[in-house]
Design a protein around this ligand. Structure first.
Ligand SMILES: C[S@@+](CC[C@H](N)C(=O)[O-])C[C@H]1O[C@@H](n2cnc3c(N)ncnc32)[C@H](O)[C@@H]1O
Length: 262
């Protein structure tokens, strides 16, 4: 006769004063975005299914991650079907500024790194509606993308507009603009190439300036001050939200220079 179901085995007795051992922590790198659910709305899904093959470049990612595999390769000439000056935008979101800026400059190719798939789907839809063929998207972390996918000196321009502000001090470590990004960005820019940034969070603007001023491969075109608003940059919903909340917008422009000999 089988024993009656006695339920789960009793928990081991804990000696008084000892805490149960915690499972070991898995190390996770700090990134500038939240790994939130990337479920697309039906209209985003339809646009993605119909057009992503035209605009989104398949890039090997680390398993279960938004990070680019260090061995991933990207053939830019094949991806754009031509050789042209290359601009990278980090975090275009749905592309409010990217689409207009790429349309205004058909002579350049624009590679956009966007981690959030629903935003990438909106961008795909907007690019299709605008009939643009000079933009490609990589759905992955831009920091790893710049590092692993692009050769040194390849970029004519880099754009970073209204990156997630992470306003709480305990989250500042998540901010995208960091010494590590500055170093890789400087290396990927060609000599004389420019990095344009904008934010509506003044303390982030000040932190950006401090980080970028400290990067020896970059020169601030407006030392100690702010760049004038770049008139090629259309007003986006993120900028408008900052203005509506009474925050001033700061632009920054840096140029790739040869670091002075020590
Ligand atoms: C606040 S939105 C700004 C969108 C756009 N630049 C604008 O001005 O309208 C920031 C975007 O950056 C993306 N993002 C954040 N960290 C990123 C990273 N490391 N690589 C690529 N995209 C990133 C977010 O998913 C989000 O879409």
């Amino acid at each position: 006769m089988s024993a009656p179901d006695a339920g789960p085995p009793p928990a081991p007795v804990q000696p008084a004063g000892e805490r149960p051992a915690r499972p070991p922590r898995v190390h996770r790198e700090v990134v500038s975005f939240v790994r939130r659910s990337a479920r697309m709305r039906p209209n985003q899904r339809r646009a993605w299914d119909a057009h992503h093959e035209r605009f989104v470049l398949p890039v090997d990612r680390r398993e279960t991650s938004t990070s680019v595999d260090p061995d991933a390769r990207l053939d830019l000439t094949a991806a754009f079907g031509r050789e042209a000056p290359l601009v990278v935008e980090i975090g275009p979101g749905p592309g409010d500024s990217l689409v207009a800026m790429a349309a205004a400059r058909p002579e350049v190719d624009v590679l956009a790194f966007e981690v959030y798939e629903p935003a990438a789907a909106q961008l795909v839809s907007a690019l299709h509606r605008a009939g643009l063929d000079n933009v490609r998207i990589v759905v992955a972390d831009a920091v790893a993308g710049l590092q692993h996918l692009l050769p040194a000196g390849r970029l004519a321009e880099l754009w970073t507009f209204f990156p997630d502000p992470w306003p709480k001090s305990r989250h500042h470590k998540r901010r995208l603009v960091s010494p590590a990004l500055a170093a890789v960005a400087a290396e990927r820019l060609q000599l004389g190439g420019t990095w344009r940034l904008a934010t509506d969070w003044e303390d982030y603007a000040l932190a950006m300036r401090e980080v970028l001023d400290a990067e020896p491969g970059l020169e601030n075109l407006h030392p100690g001050g702010w760049a004038p608003r770049w008139d090629a940059r259309p007003l986006t919903r993120f900028e408008q939200r900052g203005l509506d909340a009474g925050r001033a917008v700061h632009d920054l422009t840096y140029r790739r220079v040869t670091p002075a000999a020590p």
